[in-house]
Ligand binder design. Structure first.
Ligand code: HEC
Length: 216
């Protein structure tokens, strides 16, 4: 077995095969997805900025964005997550620990859609409301407050028709600010909310069809 030639062939084969499996094939499959049928979501500029805020703020430490092919994950979305969901994004923010709930389908959560939805999302981020105690636990929420995503304002400086007047007063009260002061979402909070609302698993894909039985 002292043939350098055999060793060389072996080395070339193993490198070549791995190259083909790990790089060429995925590139063939995902690098050329172009149609809307295969790419469920393309982020717009603001949502991309929001994704950056999500990454910087460490949300990924506690929240996953992957509905796995397991029964216990079916509550998080009508289908499981596939690579297509992250097409065009570098470093998908999958997360590895679920200290808080999975956020893959947050954009379809009734609490955050509709009229007051957006304000509810800001309150969750700010933690203005008594947060829900986690299922099966006697602990209060482990989600930290995100005051740094909000700006302190004087309520009188807001125009009466400002969409945040009511929210500002409520957040200020909860945070125990002196009378006449409040908090409004900063630009970073606004783009973060844009990004969070873009997280949806409602498109049925060939590789991950929506199951009839799990439709809401
Ligand atoms: C230390 C862990 C931790 C971090 C960091 C964290 N969260 Fe959470 N989050 C939780 C927990 C636990 C819950 C569930 C309990 C609750 O509602 O307070 C939660 C709940 C939520 C919810 C409500 C989900 C629902 O189904 O109603 C949203 C939205 C959310 N987090 C977004 C974020 C965002 C955005 C960030 C980053 C800016 C973040 N979280 C950072 C632990 C965390």
């Amino acid at each position: 077995m002292n043939h350098p030639f055999v060793l060389l062939i072996g080395a070339i084969l193993s490198i070549g095969l791995s190259w083909n499996t790990l790089i060429v094939n995925p590139q063939k499959h995902f690098g050329q997805l172009t149609t809307q049928d295969e790419i469920p979501k393309v982020l717009n500029g603001q949502q991309k900025q929001g994704r950056q805020v999500y990454a910087e703020s460490g949300c990924v430490k506690c929240h996953t964005q992957q509905v796995r092919y397991f029964e216990q994950d079916s509550k998080y979305g009508p289908r499981f997550t596939v690579a297509n969901d992250f097409a065009g994004q570098d470093k998908p923010l999958l997360g590895s620990h679920r200290i808080g709930p999975d956020l893959s389908n947050l954009g379809n959560n009734g609490k955050y859609t509709g009229g007051d939805g957006r304000m509810n999302l800001y309150k969750t981020l700010f933690h203005a409301k008594e947060s829900q105690v986690m299922e099966g636990s006697s602990l209060a929420s482990l989600m930290p407050r995100h005051y740094f995503l909000f700006d302190k304002v004087e309520l009188s400086s807001l125009a009466p028709d400002n969409e945040y007047s009511e929210l500002a007063r409520e957040l200020g009260e909860t945070a125990g600010l002196e009378e006449g002061h409040g908090y409004i979402p900063s630009y970073r909070a606004e783009v973060l909310a844009d990004y969070l609302m873009s997280l949806k698993l409602d498109q049925s894909l060939f590789v991950a069809p929506i199951q009839e039985s799990s439709e809401e």
